[in-house]
Design a protein around this ligand. Structure first.
Ligand SMILES: [Zn+2]
Length: 64
């Protein structure tokens, strides 16, 4: 068993604010139906009042 020593949890850049986030929500947000990852803080910004919004799962960089 190899243990990874990469020094901490992985992150993804939020597509809205570009901040690295350890928990990202996979969402569709427009008519192109492209998937994007957003941080929790930006989720409401793409969700509320958006007819194209769809939820595709939660990505977590850290595992327990
Ligand atoms: Zn964000």
């Amino acid at each position: 068993m190899a243990k990874r020593g990469d020094g901490g949890p992985k992150t993804k850049p939020c597509f809205k604010c570009a901040a690295p986030t350890e928990v990202a929500y996979r969402v569709r947000y427009d008519a192109t139906k492209a998937w994007a990852f957003v941080c929790p803080a930006c989720l409401m910004g793409v969700k509320v009042g958006n007819p194209h919004y769809a939820y595709g799962g939660t990505w977590k960089g850290s595992r327990h």
